[in-house]
Design a protein around this ligand. Structure first.
Ligand code: HEM
Length: 398
């Protein structure tokens, strides 16, 4: 097949993208996709080079793959360049500092423990619906300071938003338009200074507004960015990590023997099943990608998920191997826009693995799984599991 005709967003390729990703990687460092008027960058080294070059491959002109969508998205930190970007990063980091995260770790671990214990007591449960979704929504809402009675429906609305980063297809029309409007109404009524809990990110953004560090226009957008960037990505990353362990019982047993591999296990989960496809950039002059020239003002998309499976970088890229050093994966992006929330996502994943190591001896899938239909996010809609409970010993409680 002529690679320029590949449709990355066909239902078949969204469900199983790996064969077309390999075709693109093998074809060239950059491939023009006719249907979308878009250049696909699929190899690991090229993805990193493009993301590192924030001036040449800019996010300031919009990060959706489709210029019409750029015109209607709310500007976020991702669309900014230094020095403005640097100031916004500082405000995010203040809420995600090691001290801030340490202060909430125990509560997050307790939440993970209670949730897993309750599911394990049932013997069979859905790890996406009953664990990763509930857990992430609660933790992220706490971090932002969203009151408990304002959390209903957050996940569906936040998830819808990601579809706008893809092309002008049915998914965006059916999933985005309806729920995005609902998200807008929800945000204006729930994220007010009066409702947000002091100490959370949301409240600190209003403080930054008072200090003149952010504009009125940016303030609400920052809270929305935090919410949208933090929820769906983490839900699916934790879900995929559990999925990979359920598929690879040898790796679960290995983790039980060597719990010190837990941090790497989450990175390896993100390497093999990156939750985010990748956000686009615009090249502002004729642009060279390893010998291929892309005309000025073209859209390019660094394909994170493909880079993470590039056989030029990873040995046996399709194998889930928690002993592999996976930290250099690009599932959190690369360059100045690399994910600010990585430490929070890591902390949540570690809390979840700790709880599972304590309560689960072994697990198996009991029914069919399905992939979330989304233009950008990849993960499971459902993960039915049956578990054998672990014998809880004094040392596993410690
Ligand atoms: C496992 C979970 C997560 C994944 C896979 C993920 C993935 C990513 C990726 C790929 C980017 C880079 C986008 C680009 O360069 O085009 C990014 C940026 C970002 N992420 Fe995350 N993310 C996760 C969790 C979080 C959390 C918990 C937060 C909470 C604050 C967050 C906040 C952000 C923000 C604010 C940016 C924009 C950074 C900038 O423009 O400088 N993310 N994330």
């Amino acid at each position: 097949m002529d690679v320029t005709q590949i449709d990355l967003w066909s239902a078949e390729n969204l469900d199983n993208p790996w064969p077309v990703y390999k075709q693109l990687r093998d074809a060239a460092p950059a491939v023009y996709l006719e249907k979308y008027d878009l250049w696909a960058i699929a190899r690991y080294a090229d993805v990193r080079a493009v993301l590192k070059d924030w001036q040449g491959a800019s996010s300031e002109h919009g990060v959706t793959v489709c210029k019409e969508h750029d015109a209607i998205t709310v500007k976020s930190i991702l669309d900014e360049a230094p020095p403005r970007h640097t100031e916004l990063v500082k405000i995010f980091r203040e809420n995600l500092s090691p001290a801030k995260l340490r202060a909430v770790t125990e509560a997050v671990e307790q939440r993970a423990d209670a949730l897993v214990a309750e599911c394990v007591a049932k013997g069979e449960f859905d790890a996406v619906h009953e664990i990763s979704r509930i857990f992430t929504v609660e933790v992220v809402s706490d971090m932002i300071g969203i009151p408990a009675d304002e959390r209903e429906g957050i996940l569906r609305r936040a998830s819808a938003t990601f579809n706008i980063f893809g092309p002008d297809n049915d998914l965006w029309k059916t999933r985005f338009l309806h729920d995005y409007q609902a998200l807008g109404e929800y945000i204006f009524s729930s994220f007010t200074r009066e409702k947000l809990v002091p100490g959370g990110f949301g409240f600190s953004v209003y403080e930054a507004l008072d200090q003149g560090r952010v504009t009125e226009e940016h303030a609400l957008g920052m809270i929305v960015t935090y919410l949208v960037a933090a929820i769906d990505t983490t839900v699916n990353s934790i879900g995929s990590m559990i999925w990979k362990f359920a598929e690879n019982p040898d790796q679960w047993q290995l983790l039980k023997e060597k719990p010190e591999l837990a941090r790497n296990a989450f990175d390896e989960g993100l390497r093999i099943e990156a939750a985010a496809f990748g956000m686009a950039r615009v090249v502002i002059e004729d642009y060279d990608v390893d010998g291929v020239t892309i005309p000025a003002w073209s859209k390019v998309v660094p394909m994170l998920r493909s880079a993470n499976r590039d056989e030029r970088r990873w040995e046996n890229p399709d194998t889930f191997d928690i002993t592999r050093d996976a930290a250099a994966h690009v599932g959190f992006g690369f360059g100045i826009h690399t994910c600010i929330g990585r430490p929070l996502a890591q902390m949540q994943a570690q809390a979840m693995l700790k709880a599972m190591l304590k309560h689960v001896d072994s697990m198996e899938m009991t029914g069919p799984i399905s992939i979330v239909p989304s233009n950008v996010i990849r993960g499971l809609d459902t993960l039915p599991l049956k578990v054998v409970p672990a014998r809880v010993t004094a040392s596993s409680i410690a």
